[in-house]
Design a protein around this ligand. Structure first.
Ligand code: THU
Length: 136
């Protein structure tokens, strides 16, 4: 399904807002995400780090887990932004672990929006970012 320009901008602006909530005392690299469910609800997420490093959670997974924990498992798109000290300098593509988590719930044509600002963004399908993915 094609995403409307208005929807894309709404997701990007919600992802940018989430940069404020990132808990990143270790990397100082803020990431924000906004995940659009098929039912129209938007689940936001930020990265949350931990002194033991391993338990840290990425913004994308925070958003996915918030949705799934509320019984929502069908998604259309996610917007992701990030940068050092919360300032966006470049596109912030999802890490491999987040791509695999998205692949658990999303179809191959799920859209991943990478943004530098409301007006500067690129849209990929999950298939483009994680081809030949593993699933049961
Ligand atoms: N991070 C995310 O939140 N999403 C990604 O897809 C890549 C990395 C976070 C993890 C860590 O808190 C910080 O960015 C630096 O790696």
């Amino acid at each position: 399904m094609e995403l409307k320009e208005k929807t894309i901008k709404d997701l990007i602006s919600k992802a940018i807002k989430m940069l404020e909530y990132s808990y990143v005392p270790y990397s100082r690299f803020h990431v924000g995400a906004a995940l659009l469910a098929n039912n129209g609800t938007i689940y936001t997420g930020c990265n949350i780090e931990n002194a033991a490093y391993g338990p840290s959670n990425c913004a994308e997974r925070t958003a996915v887990f918030k949705a799934v924990s509320e019984g929502v498992k069908e998604f259309e798109a996610i917007a992701v932004v990030g940068g050092p000290d919360g300032r966006i300098k470049d596109f912030c593509p999802p890490c491999g672990v987040c791509r695999q988590v998205l692949a658990e719930f999303c179809t191959r044509d799920f859209k991943v929006i990478l943004a530098k600002s409301i007006d500067e963004y690129k849209v990929f399908t999950l298939e483009q970012l994680l081809p030949e993915s593993f699933s049961l």
